[in-house]
Design a protein around this ligand. Structure first.
Ligand SMILES: Cc1cc2nc3c(=O)[nH]c(=O)nc-3n(C[C@H](O)[C@H](O)[C@H](O)COP(=O)(O)OP(=O)(O)OC[C@H]3O[C@@H](n4cnc5c(N)ncnc54)[C@H](O)[C@@H]3O)c2cc1C
Length: 308
């Protein structure tokens, strides 16, 4: 029951101010967002890569309100890519972007987001890597998929994310699997109404497996974005059945969640990519991590009380 309440709070400015100003927040946030600047995040990237892990980098921020903020978001990614180049990680460190941060919700937002994301995709390609478009709430997805199609015209490796909780996703998966896309499948992290999305965990898990099968049997490159042990082993089974080799799909997990499992899967010879978020505008990302696991919220509240 707590999850939806926290997700509603993730959209509240009053809560944003309260949570951001709380004295203990930073130390809890660090578990999920291990840096605020490029200088702070580069050693983290080098350490993860040194441990045999791959990365997808997220400069946190979303729901911006001015075109200038969208330009700043683009520039933040360009700065990161510029600093990643000399590390020569190539496709081992890719980017994840939220189109809302590139201006998608502003007037003329579809064109604005496309104009801002394209230079990021070009810069990523120039250092041998790629970009994946994150999935946000369901109202943004038609625009996201259209931008994905457009970018794939020049950069076929551009990826996108689909969310198992949405009823539409099976159909999206069929289309993306048929056109050879790189696709990350996740359960879904936003508060969605019952008209468009499954509301119960067991229904979402069942949908995840059905969609996963479609991706595994298709022509694309499946990226399994989940920490769920059951789904990890079902993935391995489905990959075997579909005759996919370990480099023909990959696992992805979030920084700060089940770190031992990241290392175990990499040691077993799987491609394991860690979604690593950094930056100062961490509120929305952090609140979704609290909503996914109420124990995180209890820990957060306990630390506030004990410090208080
Ligand atoms: C790489 C990656 C990228 C993602 N990108 C998107 C996106 O673009 N759009 C989107 O809507 N969602 C995205 N998500 C979030 C996703 O939708 C889920 O909300 C999240 O992954 C939790 O679901 P789960 O599959 O891990 O399963 P769950 O059943 O939620 O979790 C399984 C187990 O994982 C652990 N776990 C899961 N979450 C947490 C947490 N926050 N804190 C501590 N332990 C936890 C727990 O042990 C839990 O029992 C992404 C997730 C990943 C891994």
């Amino acid at each position: 029951m707590l999850g939806p309440v926290i997700l509603a709070a993730s959209r509240s400015d009053r809560m944003r101010r309260l949570v951001s100003a709380a004295p203990v927040t930073k130390q809890v946030v660090d578990r999920f967002i291990p840096g605020e600047t490029v200088d702070e995040i580069l050693p983290v990237i080098e350490e993860l890569a040194g441990n045999g892990l791959e990365l997808t980098m997220d400069v946190v921020g979303e729901d911006i309100t001015t075109p200038e903020q969208a330009t700043a978001a683009r520039d933040a990614y360009l700065e990161l890519i510029g600093r990643l180049g000399p590390l020569e990680l190539g496709a081992r460190a890719e980017m994840s972007v939220k189109l809302s941060m590139f201006g998608q919700a502003l007037p003329g937002g579809h064109e604005l987001a496309l104009a801002n994301v394209r230079p990021v995709v070009e810069a990523a390609a120039a250092i041998g890597t790629t970009v994946t478009l994150d999935a946000e709430d369901h109202t943004t997805l038609d625009s996201m998929f259209a931008i994905h199609d457009e970018l794939r015209g020049d950069f076929p490796q551009t990826g996108c994310v689909i969310q198992a909780y949405l009823f539409r996703t099976q159909e999206d998966a069929r289309r993306l699997a048929a056109n050879g896309s790189r696709v990350r499948l996740v359960k879904g992290a936003y508060k969605e109404p019952a008209e468009v999305a499954h509301q119960h965990k067991h229904e979402i898990d069942k949908a995840y497996v059905r969609i996963l099968r479609t991706l595994m049997e298709g022509e694309g490159y499946p990226m399994i974005g989940s920490h769920d042990p059951r789904l990890i082993s079902i993935t391995q089974e489905l990959a075997r059945t579909a005759g996919r080799k370990p480099d023909e799909y990959e696992f992805q997990m979030l920084y700060g969640i089940r770190g031992e499992e990241h290392l175990r899967l990499a040691a077993e010879g799987h491609r394991m990519r860690v979604y690593t978020a950094y930056g100062t505008d961490w509120y929305g990302y952090f609140m979704r991590r609290l909503a996914e696991k109420p124990a995180n919220l209890r820990f957060f509240l306990r630390s506030m009380v004990s410090k208080g």
